[in-house]
Design a protein around this ligand. Sequence first.
Ligand SMILES: *Cc1c(COP(=O)(O)O)cnc(C)c1O
Length: 436
Amino acid sequence: MNEPLHYRSTRGARHGACVDEVIAAGLAPDGGLYVPEALPSLELSAFDPDGTLADTATTLLYPFFRGTAMAEALPVICREALDFPVPLRPLPRHGDASMLELFHGPSAAFKDVGARFLAACFRRLRRNDATPLTILVATSGDTGAAVAAAFHRQPGVRVVILYPDGRVSPRQAHQLGCFGDNVQALRVAGSFDDCQRMVKAALNDAALQASMPLSSANSISLGRLLPQMSYYAHAAMGWWQRQRSPLNLIVPTGNLGNALAAVWVREMGLPIGEIQLACNANATLSDYFDGENYTPRPAIPTLANAMDVGAPSNFERLRWTFPRDYELRMQLRATSVDDDTIRQTIVWHAQEHGEVFCPHTATAMHVLDRMGATDLPWAVVATAHPAKFESVVEPLIGRHVEVPPALQAMLQRPASAEPLPADDEALKHWLGYQLA
Ligand SMILES: *Cc1c(COP(=O)(O)O)cnc(C)c1O
């Protein structure tokens, strides 16, 4: 049983890749996304009932790493990456419902989990490389900050962040530009989809790759997706031990990385019940799960800006997991929540329960509210701390949201970003110029 798991691209090419290669590359060479050739499955008895989040992650992820050089380091990688709490907190006055808080990491959003895991893997993968690796990140706000925080001052790596100018919150923009050293922020005159396309174009440019090793740290990277499975596994195992019932999830969703992690954990045999996607006004997924053809479209700006995605990349992985539409539509439900409803949800919960949610988390809270009385135990996934989106939240609730210390420290540093047109060649030129 020490045969390594092999990986392939969703678009067919590059069968038989191993996990080190897949994590180092980010995107598959044919432009597809890497997936395991088959998802492993696990018995619940494999998990230590008293284990930490890092212990659960090690057990869960071992089958993905077994038989490779990194397998031995996996427990340490998990401990380094998952060194902050991910509590499942009961929601007062919501029956059996609870909130899975994913925002206690350095950048106050769930993306810290994937970014820190990826950085911990890269520290092992790139020990002996002389040429520095350039990591390209397209971000709708939160990915960039998490990746910047995770890789800041890591030797042998530099990080280039692309974000849609004017479409991230002032505090997000500050977070992206405040690192310096090996981290450079570019503010792109376009949408997140533009940023993502530019990164893909650079990664797929063989000539550029030959002169400058490039990788990505987007949610398309399996090195981010895999560790995101850990908190679902841990929460579901804990719930199972106490309640002997599966945990049902409502996941704020944009590019589908976070929700796909939950789907894969369920496929691996862990006790997760229903999974509902909460989307903002970008309705590509809710339309699809309502029975329409899958139709990617340009993103529209909303209050939940980290979910402003009209063409969710990870849909390709979801399709790989469930190739037939009817089968896929049985796995998930999706609801689109407009900005007015996000506002009302934030105001209502602050007034009624004294609970303050970020706009992304509010989409999921709305899905729970709309269900009314339910027998199922739901966990609403809280993807970011509300203080990250103070320009949306504070005017609505009429008071200050306390800023977590790590975020406070970032906000006290000066910040800067370079402007860039929303053009594939512009990024390639910028990178080439940096090299010269
Ligand atoms: C990135 C992000 C999301 C969307 O996650 P996906 O994996 O892209 O679906 C939701 N909420 C917050 C706060 C985020 O940063």
